[in-house]
Design a protein around this ligand. Structure first.
Ligand SMILES: [Ca+2]
Length: 132
């Protein structure tokens, strides 16, 4: 093995190790490298971490779950959660807006608020954006 090949193999190995470390706590979720900036995968039904805006597929904060860091505008379709979220928990200090791009209807989720979708709006949100 020449030096260049060895360096490349070492870099690949280091990258694999970093991915393995970062996804160890979220083994059943999508690979971290496929998530948009500011998005983390949570375990199904996991409690919402501090300083995070959390979304859950099901009511009562159950089912597949993700967290968004404060201030990151996110397209939920980029990680399979568009038109499918039922529960939102805002553990950040900012006000978030949950937007249905199909109707341009938006709902406000204040800092500290737990919100479950109504029957009318369930499974409609496409975007999470933040107020300034
Ligand atoms: Ca929608």
């Amino acid at each position: 093995m020449n030096t260049i090949r060895f360096a490349r193999a070492a870099a690949v190995a280091a990258g694999v190790a970093a991915v393995a470390l970062s996804s160890a706590a979220t083994a059943q979720a999508a690979p971290a490298e496929q998530l948009p900036p500011g998005v983390i995968a949570l375990n199904d039904g996991e409690g919402c971490p501090p300083m995070t805006f959390c979304l859950y597929r099901d009511y009562r904060g159950e089912g597949p779950a993700y967290g968004i860091a404060e201030g990151y505008n996110v397209n939920l379709h980029e990680f399979g959660m568009g038109n499918t979220v039922s529960t939102w928990i805002n553990n950040t200090t900012m006000t978030a807006l949950v937007v249905d791009a199909d109707t341009m209807h938006h709902q406000v989720v204040e800092a500290g608020q737990w919100m479950e979708e109504s029957q009318e709006t369930n499974d409609t949100a496409d975007w999470v954006v933040w107020t300034h």
